[in-house]
Design a protein around this ligand. Structure first.
Ligand code: F6P
Length: 413
């Protein structure tokens, strides 16, 4: 046994605290540590009360009843964590905003003899934050509101928290984490803490519980072997989308990430319809490689009309950049940024699905596979199978799994 530890999360709503808490909890659990998360929000939603605890006014610092109730919830969770640690529990993670010093001194006082570390999550990426707000506004607790009203209410809630926010400063063990970039911005640790090396590893490592990487179904352009464009799915493509929906019907997928192109959205739609609930988040970072002057042409036309493209691209496909377009190498940054958004937004759910394109999916896959540059543009990316990826500190799995359908053409050069 390594000892006991209290981890206290800190941060404004929608800054990735719960995702980080779950990642810490699950990985430590896999190490054999007895760990439990005590989440104030979950407890609030479970408690039967006359107060409307999801309305923004509940969170106003001027709302005496609301404040009392929030403190009571915090106290309840602290007591449960104390009980867990007095029993056989080893690591308690207190997952709440904990934005005031007063609240944090309360927590300190509750665990006088145990080592404690505060983990403050910030996120400087505006786009990811906005997307996270959208996702939060679509959660069950806002079901009774329209999308705009839900968003408004959630933003007001955050503003209330912001008005009383006191970042970590006097806590003797504290880490400041950028939860979008999964990196440690600052740390101050003044004693030897159990599990600390592991915690730093978990914070900075990407863990993929189950990633289903799917290529969109067959399009009219695929049938003609044309590059790029924004074409619709063919009958067969729709059939593939329905087959995927059937295949994944019993696997819980809360969010499907796509590009902005119709073909990925049309593939994701039937899959989402079989899931309850499931949101589709379209990320421009996952749009297919821009073939510039060659967009809309067939591979054969490119070979005939622009032989220099085929000649130059062949031997150096990864580094080649289409005139007025992109190459694999120049796409890398945006695709990785899309992946960061996925991991930030997926709330550490068990299953993630991305419906992407041939070149984009190759880039996504390569970021987990560490393949040689020259191999990446040739990774097999069929439309009748998908990749299943699992990465955690204990194992790595990559499988190409078929679902019911027929393979399509599209060879490239
Ligand atoms: O043909 C479909 C497609 O997604 C095109 O839009 C894209 O240009 C191409 O595949 C990428 O594959 P490759 O790099 O092998 O040409």
């Amino acid at each position: 046994m390594k000892g006991k530890l209290v981890i206290v999360m800190v941060g404004l709503p929608a800054r990735g605290k719960s995702t980080m808490a779950r990642k810490l909890g699950r990985t430590l659990e896999m190490d054999g540590v007895r760990v439990r998360i005590f989440n104030n929000g979950e407890l609030r939603r479970k408690l039967d009360t006359d107060l409307s605890t999801s309305s923004s006014e509940f969170f106003s610092p001027a709302n005496v009843q609301g404040k009392e109730m929030r403190e009571r919830i915090s106290q309840l969770n602290i007591e449960q964590a104390q009980g867990f640690l007095q029993d056989s529990g080893e690591v308690a993670i207190i997952d709440a905003s904990n934005v005031t010093r007063e609240r944090r001194r309360n927590i300190d006082a509750a665990f006088p003899d145990l080592p404690m570390v505060y983990v403050e999550c910030v996120n400087a990426d505006e786009e990811a934050l906005e997307a996270n707000l959208e996702r939060k506004a679509s959660l069950k607790e806002f079901n009774h509101l329209s999308r705009e009203k839900a968003l408004e209410s959630f933003v007001r809630r955050i503003n209330y928290y912001e008005s009383i926010y006191e970042p970590l400063d006097e806590e003797s063990n504290r880490i400041l984490v950028d939860s979008f970039d999964s990196c440690i911005l600052q740390e101050r640790i003044s004693e030897v803490l159990p599990y600390y090396d592991r915690i730093r590893d978990i914070i900075t490592t990407r863990v993929v519980r189950n990633l289903y990487l799917v290529r969109h179904g067959e399009t009219y352009y695929n049938r003609e072997d044309r590059l790029g464009g924004d074409s619709d799915l063919t009958e067969r493509g729709l059939d593939q989308a329905n087959a995927l929906a059937e295949h994944f019907a019993t696997i819980r997928i809360p969010i499907i990430f796509t590009s902005n192109h119709k073909r990925t959205l049309q593939t994701a739609t039937p899959i989402a319809e079989r899931q309850q609930p499931c949101s589709i988040i379209a990320l421009p970072e996952f749009n297919e490689i821009n073939a510039g002057v060659c967009e809309h042409m067939t591979y054969a036309e490119v070979r005939r009309q622009m032989p220099q493209v085929a000649r130059e691209r062949g031997p150096n496909k990864y580094r080649y950049v289409y005139p007025e377009g992109e190459g694999y190498a120049t796409m890398e940054e945006r695709v990785h940024r899309g992946l960061k958004k996925v991991f930030f937004l997926n709330n550490y759910d068990e299953n993630i699905m991305i419906v992407g394109h041939r070149a984009v999916n190759r880039m996504i896959l390569s970021s987990f596979l560490s393949r040689q540059e020259a191999e990446i543009p040739y990774i097999y990316m069929p439309q009748d199978r998908y990749y299943h990826i699992q990465i955690d500190p204990h194992k790595r799995i990559f499988e190409l799994i078929p679902y019911r359908s027929v393979a399509t053409a599209g060879i490239g050069w």
